[in-house]
Ligand binder design. Structure first.
Ligand SMILES: [Fe+2]
Length: 525
């Protein structure tokens, strides 16, 4: 009997360590994978939950998925937990989400990155930035090889995310990570998924992880984008990840005052048409995004609802609609076109403007690029770990474009905390964004602040003092935010990561200083 128990424990192991999914203010899903069918035990809030492992042929024949939904938690509260699987025990802690619409003393911190895409073969392999016509490889690259491999690049990102997340958790500020597509190089290759989870094992036990599905989650290295291969690859994504929305690839997640609407951009429009985001993929199971489609109608309803709830609205999907990279070319098969263009996603820009979306996050083009179109901030955060690309087309909406080399960011005045830019690479300031009509945030903050001030004293003097303090704080914060953007996007980050092929990381922080967003509504820190 003892021998059998020892044997049982010796073969039990985590294939994927616990990670947190589908967070809400009072619940979260804890998932992990084991290499056997034995139940594990999650302990949290003085309760034990015995898992019901299920075989996952979508992943492989040796993995069993454990998924435990825990309810009855308190919002924005720190919970320690442990998962016992066989003889192994993993301990973690995380903060539950803040209440929807809540603007309290706590901040929230959101991490966006895309195109992590490491694979076993990338370790130790330094990718060359090819000098092809239009690639615009920056000067000073020597042989043109990235100075670190993808593994080191992604690790560098995750080290920063992990440190920042720990800081947030210690200060009672909930955090969330989003990978905006192309999590893995080959969605149909289990070894690539293993590498993804091995990398994210440093942060996913502590910070809830969400994702938008990318084209590489429908890709097979041998047969490409056939319907069967793409469907199997996508099933891996949906097996690993649990999101709201009953298994749909588009969903809504509320995180305090922020609503994140995630879309599936991987195969929209008419196959081979001007609205097709992937000429190589024709999978009828992938939802269209075009006006009139079910996904579009859902988007319109959610935008309307979130706006009526006075939420900050973020939208994320994989294909960057505004980009100077290769996927910024017009869709098509000509030399000046691209078979996997992100430009068709511009079909959604009017509805984003109609409902005052604050920002749109995408990847696909492996670079950091910030564009502003009709007051809406569009971010390509595609430098999560894969290579860094050059520019191929002119993007007249660029605010920041990050490549190797230094970026000099010149602070602007208080009316816009977005920086003016000049640099020695290919970053150019095209125009300043106009003030976005989304004035709900400052209005809410001012309302809250004024109410608090008046409740403390009806004295006009105190009121004026508070108001002047607020203006002063706004001034200081605007400067700080500009500095922070420089820190993370500009040259300071090169101290650690400039030698990486993944040099950019994008973070948002909202909270009690939300009124500061009256200047641009979007800043990073
Ligand atoms: Fe992509």
């Amino acid at each position: 009997m003892t021998f059998l128990l020892l044997l049982c424990f010796s073969v039990s192991a985590f294939r994927v360590k616990p990670y947190i999914q589908n967070p809400s203010p009072d619940s979260a899903t804890f998932r992990w994978l084991s290499s056997d069918e034995f139940a594990g035990v999650l302990t949290i809030a003085q309760k034990e939950y015995v898992s019901s492992p299920i075989a996952t042929p979508q992943i492989d024949s040796q993995s069993f998925l454990h998924s435990v939904r825990v309810d009855g938690l308190e919002a924005a509260t720190l919970y320690n937990y442990s998962v016992q699987q066989g003889s192994e025990n993993v301990q973690g802690s995380f903060l539950t989400s803040p209440l929807k619409g809540h603007v309290g003393r706590e901040s929230i911190r959101l991490f966006f990155l895309a195109d992590t895409e490491t694979e076993p073969g990338s370790t130790g392999h330094h990718v060359t930035w090819k000098e092809t016509p239009g690639s615009n490889r920056p000067p000073g690259m020597g042989e043109g090889r990235y100075l670190t491999d993808q593994t080191e690049g992604l690790k560098g990102h995750l080290d920063i995310i992990s440190a920042r997340a720990r800081e947030s958790i210690a200060n009672g500020n909930p955090a969330l990570i989003s990978v905006v597509g192309d999590l893995v190089e080959t969605g149909n290759d289990q070894s690539h998924w293993k590498e993804f989870w091995d990398h994210f094992g440093t942060v996913s036990p502590h910070v809830p992880l969400i994702a938008a599905i990318g084209n590489h989650e429908a890709y097979d290295a041998v047969v490409g984008y056939t319907p069967e291969a793409s469907q199997h690859a996508r099933s891996k994504f949906f097996t690993y990840l649990e999101h709201p929305g009953e298994g749909k690839s588009y969903y809504r997640l509320d995180f305090g005052i922020v609503t994140i609407l995630t879309l599936d951009s991987t195969n929209g429009g008419t196959s081979g048409g001007e609205d097709d985001t992937n000429y190589l993929l024709d999978n009828p199971h992938i939802p269209d995004y075009s006006p009139g489609s079910q996904q579009y109608q859902w988007l319109e309803q959610q935008l309307q609802l979130a706006r009526s709830q006075q939420q900050i609205i973020f939208v994320q999907f994989h294909h960057a609609p505004y980009s100077s990279g290769v996927h910024g070319k017009a869709p098509g098969r000509g030399s000046e076109q691209d078979e996997q263009s992100g430009r068709p996603m511009r079909l959604l820009s009017p509805i984003f403007q109609q409902f005052q979306v604050a920002a749109v996050f995408s990847g696909h083009d492996e670079m950091y690029e910030h564009s502003v179109v009709d007051g809406i901030h569009y971010y390509c955060v595609g430098s999560g770990g894969d290579g860094l690309r050059g520019t191929y087309v002119d993007n007249p909406f660029i605010v920041i474009h990050r490549h190797l080399g230094r970026i000099k960011i010149v602070p602007t005045n208080l009316h816009s905390s977005l920086p003016r830019i000049s640099n020695n690479t290919r970053t150019h300031k095209k125009k300043l964004p106009r003030q976005h009509p989304n004035s709900l945030l400052p209005a809410r903050f001012l309302s809250l602040s004024l109410s608090l001030s008046l409740s403390l004293s009806l004295s006009l003097l105190l009121f004026l003092s508070f108001f002047l303090s607020f203006l002063l704080a706004s001034c200081l914060l605007s400067r700080n935010l500009t500095v922070e953007e420089k820190k993370y996007i500009g040259s300071d980050i090169t101290g650690k990561l400039a030698r990486s092929n993944a040099t950019n990381l994008f973070l948002f922080r909202f909270g009690s200083q939300v009124g500061d967003r009256s200047k641009s509504h979007i800043s990073c820190c």
